[in-house]
Design a protein around this ligand. Structure first.
Ligand code: NAP
Length: 309
């Protein structure tokens, strides 16, 4: 049985930042992480926009820095899986797979997973040419034809990464303009990456159990075209990892509703990072959420202990 002031579920940028700020506020802090510290951050090849870090740095390196800093101030990291929680009086009773925790506050920082586009061939060929992570799987397709689905920041960032490995990269997008940041669009335009706009992928074909082609449909004319490729990278957005939370905390898309203090409708329960209903999902905004939630949690603990001023 673990007892702590602040229990954080999820060790990505948001959770690690909350850990650091909570520990620096003099609280006992435990972060529970199911898999690997860093979350989505660990898969980002190159980050150039984190304030103060004036050279490209991998997400993995930032994750390591955040972890070291949180641990330096006393945050403990436990590798286990969240199962359920209930709140009685002012205490959260949390069940993990292998342990139980009593916590005064709970911060939900589980992030989001890759959305699938549910077309024939996607699941069957997942890991056999279909991928959701350029930095993880790009090396398998060095100098091969690569197709990328999506028009957001991830699609364009990973396209630029994959273009370092292959000159034959094509982005397909269902609209006539990308939704990604302008600087990424500019970099794509300057690169050798090809784009096919206003098409939707309708099937991924395989040969010998590996991706062999992608079938696209023109959204205006309905015309179908088949393009040979070895790889289809799909970047269709994220699904917040909130399935284990009470439905009343969530909006229609499954994101957690919070106020500006990161508070949910349960006192002492906070949500931060990609699980939150936020207009902009970046490492910096996740870290900022973490700092705010740790501060709010610390004030809340003062209030329930009668120490507020
Ligand atoms: P996103 O912004 O939600 O973009 C998802 C893309 O996939 C959209 O272009 C969407 O098309 C397309 N899409 C969704 N479902 C589809 C389907 N069934 N078939 C075809 N296309 C489909 O997701 P994201 O790019 O992963 O970005 C998530 C968040 O992380 C964003 O807030 C982003 O700013 C942030 N991020 C930032 C950086 C960076 O700063 N370097 C890097 C990566 C991610 P529509 O446009 O038509 O909706």
């Amino acid at each position: 049985m673990i007892k702590t002031d602040i229990l954080i579920i999820g060790g990505g940028a948001a959770g690690l930042s909350a850990g650091q700020y909570g520990a620096r506020a003099g609280r006992d802090v435990v972060i529970v992480e199911a898999l690997m510290i860093g979350g989505q951050l660990a898969y980002i090849d190159s980050i150039e926009n984190y304030p103060g870090i004036d050279k490209p740095i991998s997400g993995f390196e930032i994750a390591e820095m955040l972890q070291k800093q949180a641990e330096k101030f006393g945050t403990k990291i436990v590798y286990d899986e969240f199962v359920s929680f209930e709140k009685k009086n002012d205490t959260f009773f949390v069940k993990l797979n292998e342990d139980e925790v009593e916590a005064k506050t709970l911060i939900w920082a589980t992030g989001a997973k890759h959305r699938h586009i549910d077309i024939p061939g996607e699941e069957e060929l997942n890991g056999r040419g279909v991928s959701y992570c350029g930095t993880c799987d790009g090396a398998f397709f060095k100098n091969q034809t690569i197709f990328i689905v999506g028009g957001g920041d991830t699609a364009l960032t990973d396209a630029l990464f994959l273009n370092k490995l292959s000159d034959d990269v094509t982005i397909v997008h269902r609209r006539n303009r990308f939704r990604a940041q302008q600087n990424l669009i500019d970099l794509i335009e300057k690169s050798s990456i090809k784009t096919i706009m206003e098409v939707k992928p309708i099937e991924i074909l395989g040969e010998d159990n590996k991706v062999s082609a992608i079938v696209l449909e023109d959204v205006n004319t309905g015309e179908k075209t088949t393009h040979k490729t070895k790889a289809v990278f799909i970047f269709a957005g994220m699904l917040p990892q909130t399935q284990l939370l009470p439905k009343e905390l969530l909006d229609n898309y499954g994101y957690v509703n919070t106020n500006q203090n990161m508070e949910t409708s349960i006192p002492g329960f906070y949500a931060i990072g990609d699980v939150r209903d936020t207009p902009f999902r970046q490492v910096i905004t996740a870290a900022s959420d973490g700092a705010i939630a740790a501060h709010s949690a610390s004030e809340y603990i003062d209030n329930i202990s009668g120490n507020s001023y």
